[in-house]
Write a protein that binds this ligand. Structure first.
Ligand code: GRF
Length: 203
């Protein structure tokens, strides 16, 4: 199976997936990592592993659809089966979702459906929950929605800052993202039925 990675920043989740492939936990290859921010650490991590990187800077496109069109073309050129949003900080459009139905996976730093959006860790602290976590899910048009593949719980400690809590969540992210990919890959082998709710989202 071929995984296409989309990453905007640090790329520690990408590194965890690459490590899981190296360990034999995932039977896959990564033919390409696409990044949108020049200088993203994810790109240098990939280059160090000999993985091809492609910079598609969103600032150079007239809208989200135009960027996604280029992403789809790049993923198709590399014959990608599953698309992994590993810290991809852009909203995706139906251009990408329709091209890879039930084949796009996201990792989010909360127990969805709680705390969607960009500031999930801060929201968990503000809400004073004592347990939060992370979620690997299939991507729908609606942000941070879509069928959940796997979750992990993480305790919130009284002295936590966004940084300390995020670091504790990331340990679990690095564990469950590879597991979520294995689950998604196994679902690909079975016949998949589109949901009838009109959303671009499939079980
Ligand atoms: C992770 O916390 C992930 O849940 C969120 O973005 C962050 C990416 O971290 N979607 P990294 O770039 O993989 O280190």
């Amino acid at each position: 199976i071929k995984l296409g990675i989309l990453a905007s920043g640090n790329g520690s989740n990408f590194a965890a997936v690459a490590q899981a492939i190296e360990n034999g936990q995932i039977n896959a290859q990564i033919p390409v990592l696409i990044y949108n921010n020049p200088g993203a650490k994810a790109a240098s991590r990939a280059a160090n592993l000999g993985i091809e990187t492609v910079l598609l800077n969103h600032r150079g496109y007239k809208n989200r659809e135009a960027l996604d069109q280029e992403i789809v073309q790049t993923l198709r050129q590399h014959d990608v089966d599953l698309v992994i949003l590993a810290g991809w900080m852009r909203l995706v459009t139906s251009v990408l979702i329709d091209a890879f139905p039930h084949r796009i996976i996201n990792i989010h730093p909360s127990l969805l459906p709680s705390f969607k959006g960009l500031h999930a860790v801060e929201q968990a602290l503000q809400a004073k929950v004592t347990i939060t976590g992370c979620t690997v899910h299939l991507v729908c048009l609606e942000v941070d929605s879509g069928p959940i593949l796997i979750q992990a719980a993480v305790p919130v400690l009284p002295e936590d800052t966004p940084e300390t809590l995020h670091a504790r969540i990331q340990i679990q992210e690095h564990r469950i993202l590879p597991q979520g990919i294995v689950i998604a890959a196994s679902q690909l082998q079975t016949s998949l039925t589109p949901l009838s709710d009109g959303q671009k989202c499939y079980l």
